[in-house]
Design a protein around this ligand. Structure first.
Ligand code: ARG
Length: 570
């Protein structure tokens, strides 16, 4: 049990004995280290409902509180906070437990859930936009953290492999295809076809009609068009896969929109038969008269021309997931502009009797220097592959300068870890709902809240260990023993790891983990300056080495949960 939960259970007992609801006994790390290490506002909460003076109530709770083995006598401060200052001995015990725990003090969730995480989901033959980049990075990190805490996670890449874009692509494929370009860079070529046909259509109603005809033929199962579609999807997927491999991201499932094709018509028929949906001006809609925000916004599931929509596919997908996995929750990691779509789909899902906890994990945009949606110089969507290549190239320049002694291949490997880490971290460190300005200089800086800064903290610790080994420094199998204030601060920060991960999953915010790791690295640097490691001796040296060792483990595992690697040197 973590120190924080230990204090919490003692407090709960005291509250119970004082005739107060033990459930309000929440303990958190102290907001201000001046008052102690942990605090609780339980007395203030209880005083409110009992209409009592919170400070007096706090003082009377102290009479029941038995924590002599863990802290100095608790004190009451401010409006009625109960403050705990942990004893060096208890802190040492706690951090030794983390050190000897393969999970670094992270406890699994008490009730594991089956969570489907729907993320990345780019569209075939349409440019991947920055929204897909954020979804990919955010979804991957959330999947890793949810799994790490013991949930049963299924990641599903719901690619847009069926849609009106294929009318244009098939027309383009038949009339304008450049095969060399297609094999060299399939997505670029497909996007070119899509754009050219789009432009042609605008001025030529005959072409527009033919394009529509190609789409209808595809939907009706025309062999030639299906073959073109299949190739377009396969070639695009190959390119996506290459990017995912570079990013070290995998999916359990890749059930794109096309997978649900055959389910759409029967679904709409069933919803009509059950009167969940009804016809309106030739189209089929689900209405929500009892949801104020959606009263004027029904969910359209079949157009008057018989075509199905994005929402229809999402409802079929939801049913499928429900049946196949009995999911407790589905998380859709998709940008904020799709908020209404998901509100409608979730409301429709509930009308269909689906009780799964459905969440739209929305996020803001990545902006360019001009604070508008990030675009390339020529005004196009930023292509993920190019972005990642640039990140690695820029990192390579830095590594070559800082580390001329590494071999070329080592430099390249380190540059890859730094470059990809920088891009991922710059995204994850932001509150997901805020827009942020993309800046190479900032994300690749070795100072401040950046991936290279954290990776560097890890590398620095590893180099202490290498140096100790090279110099034959004797490391005793001694336990960690905390006494200096910089040691205390570092130990307390290490102990927060588990709680931080749980907090991340509460509202799906990996930025809390980023902040935690940044503070860990910072606390380590203070410790490193204040407490000599290799220059100290005996048990103290061994204890500090061990403390540094745990820090490096937490950094490595923590960054790993963000999908970010660590080099051994940089
Ligand atoms: N392909 C969609 C897009 O690019 C995202 C899909 C998100 N997932 C879902 N089940 N709707 O906007």
């Amino acid at each position: 049990m973590s120190l924080q939960s230990l204090l919490e259970s003692r407090l709960a007992t005291a509250l119970g004995n004082a005739g107060i609801d033990p459930a309000i006994g929440i303990v958190t790390p102290a907001a201000n280290a001046q008052f102690g290490d942990f605090q609780s506002n339980a007395a203030m909460v209880a005083a409110k409902s009992q209409k009592k003076n919170p400070r007096e109530l706090a003082t009377s709770i102290l009479n029941y509180l038995q924590v002599e083995d863990l802290c100095e006598p608790p004190t009451v401060a401010g409006a009625g906070f109960i403050n705990f200052k942990v004893l060096d001995s208890a802190l040492s015990d706690a951090v030794n437990r983390v050190r000897n725990d393969a999970c670094l003090g992270v406890t699994p969730v008490p009730h594991a859930k089956t969570i489907i995480i729907d993320f990345s989901s780019p569209n075939v033959a349409k440019p991947m936009h920055v929204g897909h980049i954020r979804s990919t990075i955010l979804g991957d990190s959330l999947s890793r953290i949810a799994r790490h805490l013991g949930h049963h996670v299924i990641t599903d890449n719901h690619i847009g492999d069926w849609g009106t874009q294929f009318g244009k692509v098939i027309y383009g494929w038949k009339h304008l295809l450049n095969r060399d370009a297609l094999y060299k860079s399939p997505i670029d070529e497909l996007v070119r076809l899509y754009r050219e046909v789009n432009a042609l259509e605008e001025h030529d109603p005959v072409i527009k009609e033919t394009v529509r005809g190609e789409l209808v033929k595809l939907q009706q199962g025309d062999v030639e068009n299906l073959e073109i579609w299949k190739q377009a999807v396969a070639l695009s997927w190959k390119e996506f896969e290459h990017l995912y491999a570079l990013l070290d991201i995998t999916f359990d499932e890749r059930l794109g929109e096309s997978f649900y094709n055959d389910a759409l018509e029967p679904l709409v028929d069933r919803l009509l038969a059950h009167e969940i949906a009804r016809e309106s001006e030739g189209a089929v809609c689900i209405f929500f008269p009892d949801i104020p925000a959606l009263q004027e916004k029904p969910c359209l599931i079949r157009k008057s021309d018989g075509g199905f929509l994005y929402a229809t596919t999402d409802l079929a997908t939801l049913e499928y997931r429900e049946k196949r996995w009995k999911a407790d929750a589905v998380w859709y990691v998709t940008g904020s502009p799709q908020q209404l779509h998901f509100e409608q789909v979730f409301a429709a899902g509930r009308k269909m009797g689906i009780e799964t906890d459905l969440r739209h994990i929305a996020f803001g945009s990545i902006l360019g220097d001009d604070r508008k949606m990030m675009k390339t110089r020529s005004g196009e969507n930023v292509e993920l592959g190019g972005l990642l290549r640039e990140a690695i190239e820029r990192s390579l320049a830095v590594v070559e300068e800082k580390n001329p002694d590494l071999s070329k291949s080592q430099q390249e490997e380190v540059a890859r870890i730094i470059g990809l880490g920088a891009v991922k971290y710059a995204d994850l460190m932001q509150h997901r709902l805020t827009d942020y300005v993309f800046s190479w200089d900032k994300m690749l800086s070795f100072q401040g809240n950046t991936a290279p800064y954290l990776q560097n903290a890890y590398v620095r610790i590893r180099s202490i260990f290498r140096k100790a080994e090279a110099e034959g420094v004797e490391i005793l199998p001694a336990p960690i023993s905390i006494s200096e204030s910089a040691e205390r601060a570092l130990a307390l920060q290490i102990l927060k790891f588990g709680e931080t991960l749980h907090a991340v999953l509460e509202d799906q915010r990996p930025n809390l983990l980023c902040l935690y790791l940044y503070e860990l690295a910072d606390t380590f640097h203070h410790f490193y300056e204040a407490c000599p490691i290799l220059k100290s001796e005996g048990g103290i040296r061994s204890s500090r080495m061990a403390l540094a060792g745990v820090t490096s483990q937490v950094l490595k595992i923590g960054l790993g949960l963000l999908g970010i690697g660590v080099p051994e040197r940089m």
